[in-house]
Each structure stands twice: as structure tokens, then as C-alpha cells.
Design a protein around this ligand. Structure first.
Ligand SMILES: [Zn+2]
Length: 248
């Protein structure tokens, strides 16, 4: 059986689950009494957002970083701003969000290994993978600079893209992820699905990015051989999720 990770298309517009948009720039004075770390400025998006009060105690007062699981446990209230073109993606504050249609497919096929919470009344849902597997410790590399308060590194680099990097779950029809999470820009963890879940998403007409098949040892060999021959970079071809949003 094959296993896949998600690649979401680069969002054209910002999306927010933990932050609320407080104003459209050009800027005015800040609301009083909020530590500066809880504001973000996005000149390109032409908006200023503020972290909602219910999450502030979970964020480091110095660097603003947080644990995705702890945020998920709190849940998600309005206002929520999702502006994805497709059916899934990461918000700018690192929540993996799926459309109603996406969730209905998972429920219809009784897919396991995940939980969801509604993103307010937006019709979108935050998804977290609950089946967690052991993994190689050599895939993710942390930045050297640690926050003086929470000791989290400033970033982590790397991606799980090979079968041999993970202890694969002995299950079909499931989401899964790594036991460890890292304070990365996009999300703490990579989410993976088994091939039958990918087939269900394709069949259901899900749009918004593509899935990457995790490399087998044969793929690694093929990649190396092609590289030796001077051919272009080879990798398992990505599987597009390019259904029509809103149909079916
Ligand atoms: Zn910190």
C-alpha cells in the first residue's frame, strides 16, 4: 500500500482561525492592554490581526510560539476567516482546515486517525491527526537559536517524505502523523494518509493542492540512478487534487 502527505497550494489570501482581523491598514493606534507579541502586521494583506484572548495563555510571551495540540484542545470560535480556493489548507496561524465536503467524505468512508472541531460557524473544520507513530530522529533539524523563555528553537527544517523514516501504522483508511511535533512555520506536524483515503478524496472531487507519495526504497534508488545519469531531478509524481469545489 502507498502512503501520502499533503501539499497545499500557496494561498493567495490570508486565512485566520486563532486571530481576528482588527483593522484594515493604513494603521491606527493599537487596542490598549495587549502585549505587542499578540499582534501581527501584514502590509501585503493590508490588515492587522490580533490573537484571540482564549489562546493567549498558551503562547510564549516572548516568541509567540505555541503547541498545535493545546490550541486544538481549546477549540475555535468565530470570527474565522478562511479564504482558500480549494477544500483544504493551512491557515496563516497554522491550523489545518478542511471544508464540509472534505469532512463528509472522511465520515462517509469511516476514515480513522483524526478528529475535527468546527471553525466557528464558517462551515470549515480544523483537523488534527490523532494516530501518532514513531519516526526517525534525523529528518527534522532545529534552528540553533532558542527562545530565552520557552526554549523552543526559532524554526525547524525538513520533511518526512520516505517510508523508511516512519513506523507505518498497520491500518488502512487512516490519517496519521508523527509523535513528535516541531515549532515550524506551517504546522507542528506533517499529516499522512493511506492510499484508500487519497482515492476517496479524488473520487469525491476534492480540490486545493496535491498529495505526495512517500518514497519507497526503489524510489530512492531510482532517484539516485537518474541523478548519476545527469537527468533532471526525479521524484514520485505528485497526485493532484483538482476536483471542482462545491460539486458533488
Ligand atoms: Zn518562546
Amino acid at each position: 500500500m502507498n502512503y501520502y502527505s499533503f501539499s497545499v497550494g500557496d494561498p493567495v489570501k490570508t486565512s485566520w482561525a486563532l486571530h481576528e482581523i482588527v483593522k484594515i491598514l493604513p494603521k491606527r493606534e493599537k487596542t490598549e492592554g495587549m502585549p505587542p507579541i499578540f499582534y501581527k502586521f501584514f502590509p501585503i494583506a493590508n490588515e492587522e490581526v490580533r490573537l484571540k484572548p482564549q489562546y493567549q495563555h498558551l503562547c510564549c510571551k516572548t516568541c509567540g510560539r505555541y503547541d498545535d495540540d493545546e490550541i486544538f484542545n481549546v477549540g475555535f470560535d468565530d470570527p474565522v476567516t478562511i479564504r482558500f480556493k480549494g477544500d483544504f489548507g493551512h491557515t496563516d496561524d497554522r491550523v489545518f482546515a478542511v471544508s464540509e465536503k472534505f469532512l463528509k467524505i472522511l465520515m462517509g468512508k469511516t476514515v480513522g486517525g483524526y478528529e475535527t472541531k468546527p471553525l466557528g460557524k464558517s462551515g470549515w473544520h480544523a483537523l488534527n491527526a490523532t494516530l501518532r507513530v514513531d519516526h526517525s530522529d534525523k529528518v527534522l533539524k532545529c534552528g540553533k537559536s532558542l527562545c530565552s523563555e520557552c526554549r523552543r528553537p526559532d524554526d525547524a527544517f525538513g520533511v518526512f517524505d520516505q517510508l523508511r523514516q516512519l513506523f507505518l501504522p498497520p491500518l488502512r483508511n487512516t490519517f496519521f502523523t508523527t509523535k513528535t511535533g516541531w515549532p515550524r512555520h506551517g504546522s507542528d506536524r506533517d499529516f499522512f494518509i493511506t492510499e484508500d483515503v487519497l482515492e476517496a478524496l479524488k473520487e469525491g472531487g476534492i480540490a486545493g493542492g496535491y498529495c505526495n507519495r512517500l518514497w519507497t526504497t526503489d524510489d530512492v534508488k531510482k532517484h539516485k540512478e537518474r541523478a548519476k545519469q545527469g537527468a533532471n531531478y526525479w521524484r514520485p509524481p505528485p497526485v493532484p487534487l483538482n476536483g471542482k469545489r462545491g460539486k458533488k
